[in-house]
Ligand binder design. Structure first.
Ligand code: AQP
Length: 338
């Protein structure tokens, strides 16, 4: 059966980018006939130092946003990565399959490590091995991600193919790991910062004005949209008219994604109007989608024990799915049976 796996790091509050690029899609895939496994990837989060108490809280908060966005523990396996030790074990095996040259090409490492690469953690560098393990541990076939994760997913495919080659042959294991397909779909696959149309909206951006958080209240959302960077031109008639206007394109794309309308349709309504008319309309749409999600998250966060129970139950199911596959992987590598 086709199986979906994806994860989100508990490195802060989820943004509108995480929602439109990932979690909204996770929800839609629950009804697709594919098995769905969604993970709060706390082990990825510590590739850059996290305050421990904050990490604990953010792990519950991301789980609360999963639930508030419609992910259903009855229909999906929802768990946190560190509760299933197989992720770390398979990551080690795969880091011996992955070549250093592959890692050296990863643009996210270059972005996140900044100028002083020598001072970045080794975990930040080998992050793609853990990400490949996350997916292959379940033999997942489909991975919904935002556009920024495309390169890591290609590396996961290359890793699966090389493992199959290195450890395949006698016994017929040549296609032991399926090559996972990226699902990069939706009206906006990359939501950009509200302050800079060339940077993606990110939960770790130092400026809170650059993003809309799922927990922002109505006034904050309206204020952030009012202050969002734009240009002085009115909105164009067609999508081509947005090509050289990254900030305008971003806001129109967000409007379209939130309302489930096409960009052309949105421009049909707003062409010729300036941002003083468009921004209040966008704020209204954003508040109507996000306010109920924020309210439900707040309600769930009042009962952390219930969130922990959901995660523990999901982790037990994730272990049950992955353990036989991991045992087979150990056998292929030549480790003694347990
Ligand atoms: N701006 C975005 N537009 C569309 N999709 C996005 N995603 C993230 N930002 C955008 C998608 O959200 C999923 C979870 O991301 P992650 O938490 O694993 O880490 P990330 O990609 O590094 O996201 P952030 O928000 O930028 O976090 P930080 O600031 O901690 O690095 C992924 O599927 C991602 O594509």
């Amino acid at each position: 059966t086709p199986r979906v796996f994806s994860g989100v790091q508990p490195t802060g509050k989820l943004t509108l980018g995480n929602y439109l690029g990932a979690v909204k899609r996770f929800d839609e895939l629950q009804g697709s006939g594919m098995e769905t496994i969604y993970c709060v990837v706390d082990m990825h989060a510590i590739t850059q130092w996290q305050d421990p108490a904050e990490l604990t809280r953010a792990t519950r908060l991301v789980t609360a946003s999963f639930l508030a966005c419609g992910l259903d523990p009855k229909r999906s396996i929802l768990f946190n990565q560190s509760a299933v030790p197989g992720h770390a074990e398979l990551a080690w095996i795969l880091s011996c399959v992955i070549r250093i040259g592959w890692l050296n090409r990863m643009t996210q490492f270059k972005d996140k490590a900044g100028k002083n690469r020598e001072a970045a953690s080794a975990g930040l560098y080998t992050y793609p091995a853990l990400m490949a393990a996350d997916i292959l541990l379940y033999k997942a076939t489909h991975v919904p991600v935002g556009d920024d994760q495309k390169q890591h997913l290609e590396l996961a495919r290359d890793t699966a193919a090389k493992f199959n080659l290195d450890y395949g042959a006698p016994g017929g294991a040549a296609d032991f790991f399926p090559l996972p397909e990226p699902l990069i779909e939706g009206t906006v696959t990359r939501v950009m910062s509200l302050r800079d149309g060339s940077k993606k909206m990110s939960k770790s951006d130092p400026s809170d004005m650059s993003r809309i958080n799922l927990t922002d209240d109505a006034d904050t959302i309206a204020q952030k949209i009012r202050k969002a960077k734009t240009d002085p031109e009115p909105l164009p008639e067609t999508a081509e008219g947005l090509a050289e206007r990254p900030e305008a394109r971003n806001l129109v794309g967000i409007f379209a994604a939130l309302t489930g309308r096409g960009v052309a349709d949105v421009l049909g309504e707003f062409a010729g109007q300036g941002f003083s008319a468009f921004k209040p309309a966008l704020a209204e749409v954003a508040v109507s989608v996000l306010a109920p999600i924020g309210a439900e998250m707040a309600r769930l966060m009042d009962d952390p024990a219930e969130i922990d129970r959901v995660l523990a139950d999901g982790a037990a199911r994730a272990r049950a799915v992955s353990e036989p596959l991991l045992e087979e992987t150990r056998r292929l590598v030549g480790f003694l049976p347990r």
